[in-house]
Design a protein around this ligand. Structure first.
Ligand code: IMP
Length: 195
């Protein structure tokens, strides 16, 4: 089984990916391959950031690899926070509570609260060919926090037709429909056809 490197050290993401791909593929993290660099994410699109991280790994380790990037795109905010989702409140650090507060503030008085989570995965195969996959879940931003599960913006993001926020759904139900799960499913299909 040829290893594929997932350009992350986020243990939550790793176990999620291994649960989906682990039976057929050997998924290695950055620390598994001895990479402790803080890989730059300076592009101005999700695609650009995912490619930047995957290219870094391919150029330094010459192995098949993939990286992901996720953004919350809010219609009334013209697609913001988008590529700035992790650092929406403060440009230099991730503060989940402050990010959510800012989002609720920006949407005060706005009738259109529709939004979507979008994940992009960039995969580079052993020949250096690049492939992009995305996963989208449409929904809306609630007017206040609801639920305690999950992370990030989960308490204020309600996927369409569920009547609940991600934070009220529980991890298993969320992972059935989430943006990340949908992007990973496309990667999985691709790998099954091409490996
Ligand atoms: P990343 O690219 O996966 O690190 O995601 C960037 C940011 O998007 C995170 O810091 C979170 O704030 C937010 N985010 C990504 N996925 C989710 C999710 O499933 N629920 C809530 N917030 C998320």
């Amino acid at each position: 089984m040829k290893p594929i490197v997932f350009a992350t050290n986020n243990s939550h993401k790793l176990s999620e990916i291994r649960a989906i791909l682990g039976a057929q593929f050997s998924i290695k993290s950055l620390s598994d391959i001895g990479c402790h660099a803080d890989i730059p994410e300076t592009a101005d699109t999700l695609e650009g950031n995912a490619l930047q991280k995957a290219r870094y790994v391919f150029e330094h380790y010459h192995t098949a690899c993939f990286a992901d990037d996720t953004g919350l795109e809010v219609t009334a905010l013209k697609g913001a926070p988008g590529v700035h989702t992790a650092r929406y409140a403060y440009p230099d650090r991730q503060d989940t509570e402050a990010n959510t507060d800012r989002l609720l503030r920006e949407l005060q008085g706005k009738a259109d609260r529709s939004a979507r989570f979008r994940t992009v995965i960039a995969y580079i195969d052993n020949n250096g060919e690049e492939h992009l996959f995305d996963g989208i879940v449409e929904g809306h931003i609630t007017t206040e926090r609801r639920g305690i599960e999950g992370f990030g913006y989960d308490p204020v993001f309600a996927p369409n037709d569920t009547g609940r926020t991600f934070a009220q759904m529980g991890v298993t139900a969320k992972n059935n429909i989430s943006h990340r799960a949908r992007a990973v499913a496309k990667l999985c299909d691709f790998l099954n056809k091409h490996q």
